[in-house]
Design a protein around this ligand. Sequence first.
Ligand SMILES: Nc1ncnc2c1ncn2[C@@H]1O[C@H](COP(=O)(O)OP(=O)(O)O)[C@@H](O)[C@H]1O
Ligand SMILES: [Mg+2]
Length: 313
Amino acid sequence: MIGQAFQQLKEAGVLGINNRNAEYIMRYNPRSLYPLVDNKVLTKRLAKQYGIPTPVLFHVIENYGSMKNLKTMLEDIKEFVVKPASGSGGSGIILIAERTRNVFLTQSKKVVTLEYLSYHISDILSGIFSLQGHEDHAIIESLIHPDQVFSAVTYQGVPDVRIIVYRGVPVMAMVRLPTKDSDGKANLHRGAIGAGIELGTGQTITAVHKSKIVTHHPDTGNPVSGLQVPHWDTMLSIATLATDMTGLGYIGVDIVIDRDRGPVLLELNARPGLAIQMANKSGLLKRLEDVDAAPDGIFTTPEKRIAWAKENL
Ligand SMILES: Nc1ncnc2c1ncn2[C@@H]1O[C@H](COP(=O)(O)OP(=O)(O)O)[C@@H](O)[C@H]1O
Ligand SMILES: [Mg+2]
């Protein structure tokens, strides 16, 4: 029985976790390059060199000593985001959307004080949100205002577009849409939904929510398919360039669409999840193998790689 189910998955070209780790992550992502994507401050610096926009960095808090200046640091900033430099899965992130002098309102309308933020930043520094549990730095960056295109299928917060890039070729994409459960964040395990995107057109297909296929947003009730992602070609270019800049061969590129600035790189992931396959009703393995089987010499420039992906995947 298990053998049969496994065979069916294999035939559908679905990539499993062991295969992802052994054949793709271990082979194409050298460990020494992980810090470039696991540390969001380093990712921002690198992106800047390549002309890729990221949320504006207001401050990096590196130690407890500099926290006594927090009040002054935040004085002129109306809205901002506090996050761990080496966090993941949306943990430790606070989105501040409004404030008076010393009282702050989060995106999901929770009231927090300066003292609360200060405790939170100490927690970040201690490393409780960091990937390896090591001491961490806290980032204070600009709040992204999402483009209105996904407003009918978003409950507060900012949707992000995830593009998987393999050997410099974009192979699969989805847009993750926050829900009531996900607290303004677009992480799937927090309850956001992920809608697959057709690479050739940039249109949404179907969605996955808590490991099930859904056709409508659970809170707004609106259909999630047939939406055109704006700036689609720019997003594919950013994703491709972002992988060139890290030297990693298998990566998830997360991009948000700011209503004023357009596509902005949020973060990179060296171990991107596999649920994207459900959102696309399509297997990754098949696409990765198609890339490997493509004739030599057709992937010489990013433009060629993108054109090939739009045509063939
Ligand atoms: N600057 C920001 N402005 C608005 N929303 C943000 C910002 N940064 C993060 N978010 C929200 O939080 C989610 C997680 O943030 P991200 O930077 O990707 O961290 P993580 O590595 O924990 O996933 C994003 O998908 C987005 O929905
Ligand atoms: Mg993320």
